[in-house]
Design a protein around this ligand. Sequence first.
Ligand code: PMP
Length: 286
Amino acid sequence: MPRIAYVNGRYLPHREATVHIEDRGYQFADGVYEVCEVARGYIVDMRRHLDRLNRSLAELSIDWPVSRAALEIILREVVGRNGVKNGLVYFQVTRGVAGRDFVFPSNVKPSLVVTAKKVDPNFQAKRAETGIKVITVPENRWERVDIKSVGLLPNVLAKQKAKEAGCQEAWFVDAEGMVKEGGSSNAWIVTRDGVLVTRPAEHGILRGITRTTLLDVIGKLGLRFEERHFSVEEAKEAREAFVSSATTLAMPVVEIDGRTIANGQPGSVTLSLREAFFDVAEKSPA
Ligand code: PMP
């Protein structure tokens, strides 16, 4: 089955799916995106992802390229045409195509690209059995990382640095030594007293959809939870650490900057959140 992408009104084989050289996404990273997990034939938490897309677009004064109802149909169509039962659907909206000029062009139509990809469900499950390793890097991004912009160069560099260190994620750390979030995930710890901690999402981090749904899971399981800043030092001393994102769900972290967390095994709280996630998340048939 050839992979099919949606580009500005057309469903095309990947090789033929292209955007214009003067698309502002390409020239200025003037656009936003979302990634939803597809699991067992369902698009996970689609409503929340579309709500966040709406917010990102509004913050940048970019119009919806199609109606929300139409976008839902396109997402399902791309997932279906690619035969994705487990994997992800990626969608990106940019301000559109216009002669290169910094200021917003007038009368421009936003560009919409949607792709979907199969992912072996065992890949992440296997990873969760051993956990991942993270490094920490100084925060060097702009302040508006609450907008899910396609401008991800600091994240690219941080994650490349992690890879070169034999790790799978990099945590951005603020000037006070407090953990912000990962290059493509939110950061969490479980304290020695068994309290789940993650940084408030008012500003300075992306309000992860998986993070939001995990808060529902935590409520359902009756676990103790605090939304507050935590330092790299506190994380290294924690009972458990983990990251969350649509593609990894709750993924145990077993090492931070070469320091083993607890006994170096994935933590039981993290694994129970992972286990309960799909029951709590909203599932839209693809
Ligand atoms: N923070 C950043 C910087 C991210 O790129 C992501 C993944 N898109 C997340 C957090 C997690 O967000 P979500 O749970 O919505 O995937």
